[in-house]
Write a protein that binds this ligand. Structure first.
Ligand SMILES: [Zn+2]
Length: 77
């Protein structure tokens, strides 16, 4: 199962939401990419990074309300 999208000139990008597991359609603001960096504050050589895709709504629903979050609109619950 994959979702064909066109992002910045790229095609055939398969995106699976890391929260709900479903495919992500290209519909603003989706897909979103979270960047996970391990060992924050350590030497750069010890750090590792991974990009994780998600739906904006899935991220918004899981973030604590007091966390500053300005790049997408939060869904009303
Ligand atoms: Zn999702």
């Amino acid at each position: 199962m994959g979702v064909e999208t066109k992002v910045m000139g790229m095609t055939s990008v398969d995106c699976q939401c890391c929260f709900c597991g479903l495919g992500i359609e290209l519909k603003r603001p989706d897909p979103c990419e979270l960047i996970l960096a391990t060992n924050f504050g350590s030497d750069e050589a010890l750090r590792q990074r991974q990009g994780l895709f998600c739906h904006a709504v899935c991220l918004s629903q899981r973030m604590q309300a007091s966390i500053a979050f300005s790049v997408i609109d939060r869904e009303e619950d």
